[in-house]
Write a protein that binds this ligand. Sequence first.
Ligand code: ADP
Ligand code: MG
Length: 285
Amino acid sequence: SIPLGYFGGIGLASKNGILFKGSNFLDVMTKIDTIVMDKTGTLTKGVFNVQKVVTGSFDKQELIRLTAGLESKSTHPIALAISQYAGNQTEGLKIENVEEVAGMGLKGKVEGKTVLAGNAGLLKKYNITYDPVAEQEEDTIVMVAVEGQYAGYFTIADEIKEDAGATIKALHELDIKTVMLSGDKQSVVDRVAKLLGMDQAFGGLLPEGKVEKVEGLKAKERRIAFVGDGVNDAPVVALADAGIAMGGLGSDATIETADIVIQNDQPMKIVTAIKIGKLTRSVVW
Ligand code: ADP
Ligand code: MG
């Protein structure tokens, strides 16, 4: 028979906005020694704001219009920031063939012009040389190329969630190592990880790069929970001993693959999930 304690644990978790997809994961959570987390939308609010737009000879207003046109087809937090910044300037634009380049950005046609918007990796992928000044920016950058030519960049900033620092501290008190994996550039990743006091942080990762890092940790016999929110996080969520989706901004694919779903945006719920697991265990045994 199934011990009553597990039903109690699942019920208690659900009252706390944590959905366990099986009672075994209550137990798995008590054995986790490493928590691997995505940055954007998990540790940070995922609500970006454009700080500035930098162009050379390319017309700034035109750059904003074309980029926002392209980004209007995406729901990525960065895309929302640029769309909001442009306001109604994209009304009536002809936008076609927009595709996501995983972990890098977007490609598509706006007003008949081929537009690329994303990180340095995206421009490198298309062999487009860009102004190296862009890479010295501290914030997240979105570089833009129009018709195969570098046209300028946006700087974008996100805010760390209120309870992110306390969460990392609480995890360390439970003797759990904390690792951040992100597609964002290393300088941004380092800044956030340092502020939060995390043990390790890796940036510039494509979805398969995140998978490799988690595979590397598994090969070292680490018991891993991965916490993520984005479409690109589904493969690592599946690979971890416990895959956790943050529900607030989470993508359907990630929520479907996850073993545990946190229904709001608070990272502290990870600590709650572990504590409920431990409590349940003490009742069951
Ligand atoms: P994270 O791991 O930080 O959640 P993602 O995997 O979602 O990041 O994206 C990785 C990187 O790709 C982002 O930091 C950004 O530089 C770039 N990127 C992704 N989507 C877009 C977009 N719609 N517009 C511009 N850049 C994007
Ligand atoms: Mg993400």
